[in-house]
Design a protein around this ligand. Structure first.
Ligand SMILES: NC(=O)c1ccc[n+]([C@@H]2O[C@H](COP(=O)([O-])OP(=O)(O)OC[C@H]3O[C@@H](n4cnc5c(N)ncnc54)[C@H](OP(=O)(O)O)[C@@H]3O)[C@@H](O)[C@H]2O)c1
Length: 386
């Protein structure tokens, strides 16, 4: 029987790669529904035609109306946050690929998890802000982030012996640029990732290493491990996707070319492994694999540990402040160097009593609070030059 897939974020970098993977396995996988914001309706239309899709969700109301006008009654077009939720809850769906970017991915991912759907988790932000909510459903979640996919594969069947996780990071475009020069880094510099071709938000997160900070928090919730036992190494080759260390001191790693289609495929084929025509790793051609400590200029990484030591609503505040700071940087309203500073400031002014295991409404409230706080602080400290 074919596995039926609902793809959230079908027009993005991961969405398009997921489409590529699905199209290579027509007798095993079937794309039944897609969702996106609505910025790329022409791509959605292509996907509807190519896969004969009958259900779509578009977040933006106006774009949803435009699409409805084109597709008529042949295709059900759902709208907004409720539309995303209705799409994932469809009985027909076996696997939800959650590849939307940002906090907005939380609700549909959580609702799908509650309905016991298999989740191919790409939207790391939902695990960062609501990791505690996903605890009862971890057995149905297969991570797609290359690092977490690596760890998931390495600990398969050996989870109880896991002692330490070592996440690898490419180092991004600024690994070799001294902090004194960061004042002058431009948006173009930051969007120019040396290894991965990805959406804008994660590309900026990779330049600040906020991406690794988010991944530390993601790993903490996904693998239920003491955060002090999650380490990071810079590995510019991006071939070793992560290591695990077992109690006896033995290391296991997963290696592969930097191609997201492999972890995407594994999340869909799991627990099986399917032959494919992707380019394979040639270790001799790659040559030396190198690893470095994380330089102290990447302050985002330490922030993750501080956020986890406080827990409660700190992860959602951390994530929202970062999302807002990245938006401001993408709009060229703040400088690159201000992104992490702004997140640090938002965290430092938070003075409410912390809440253990916040519910969805509380998460929304603090997400909103942190976004506003980031803007207000940027204006007040005059780093906002829009
Ligand atoms: N790219 C990678 O290699 C990679 C690797 C690991 C993890 N991830 C994670 O995967 C997620 C997606 O990253 P990406 O690089 O694929 O991002 P992207 O290229 O920017 O794509 C984002 C997708 O989300 C959709 N979207 C945005 N806001 C939405 C909303 N409110 N409702 C519904 N859909 C919405 C976009 O639709 P429109 O096209 O209409 O805007 C688009 O389809 C992120 O959480 C990222 O951290 C990405």
């Amino acid at each position: 029987m074919k596995k039926k897939i609902c793809l959230l974020g079908s027009t993005g970098s991961i969405g398009l790669q997921t489409i590529d993977v699905i199209s290579k396995f027509p007798d095993k996988l079937e794309l039944v529904s897609v969702a996106s914001y609505g910025k790329n309706i022409h791509i959605v239309l292509d996907q509807i035609k190519r896969f004969n899709i009958k259900k779509v969700a578009i977040f933006n109301e106006q774009e949803a109306l435009n699409l409805k006008r084109i597709v008529g009654n042949d295709v059900k077009v759902l709208v907004g946050q409720d539309g995303l939720v209705e799409l994932v809850l469809d009985d027909e769906v076996d696997i939800v690929v959650s590849a939307i970017v940002g906090f907005v991915g939380l609700l549909p991912t959580y609702e799908a998890a509650k309905k016991l759907k298999r989740i191919a988790l790409v939207n790391k932000e939902s695990m960062v802000v609501g990791g505690h909510l996903f605890r009862p459903y971890l057995n149905n979640i297969v991570p797609v982030d290359s690092e977490h996919s690596a760890i998931f594969q390495c600990i398969d069947g050996k989870r109880e012996y896991l002692k330490e996780i070592i996440l690898t990071a490419s180092g991004g475009p600024f690994f070799n640029i001294p902090y004194e020069k960061w004042e002058n880094l431009t948006l173009q510099d930051a969007l120019n990732h040396p290894v991965w071709k990805m959406g804008a938000k994660i590309t900026i997160d990779s330049a600040t290493l906020m991406n690794k900070a988010l991944e530390i928090i993601e790993a903490y919730f996904l693998f239920n491990i003491d955060y002090q036992n999650i380490k990071v190494l810079i590995h510019p080759n991006s071939i070793v996707h992560s290591f695990v260390v077992f109690r006896d001191g033995s290391y296991l790693a997963q290696l592969g070319l930097p191609d997201m289609r492999l972890p995407i495929l594994y999340s869909l084929s799991y627990p099986e492994r399917w032959e494919n025509d992707f380019e394979k790793l040639d270790l001799v051609k790659i040559g030396n694999l190198v690893f470095y400590e994380v330089p102290s200029k990447f302050r985002a990484v330490n922030l993750a540990y501080s956020v986890l030591s406080k827990g409660g609503v700190y992860p959602v505040i951390f994530n929202a402040a970062n999302e807002q700071a990245v938006n401001l940087f993408l709009e060229q309203k703040i400088r690159f160097i201000d992104i992490v500073k702004l997140v640090e400031e938002v965290l430092s002014i938070f003075s409410d009593d912390n809440i253990e295991n916040p519910n969805i409404e509380e998460l929304k409230y603090y997400d909103n609070w942190a976004r506003n706080a980031a803007i207000n602080l940027a204006v007040k400290s005059k780093i906002f030059y829009g």
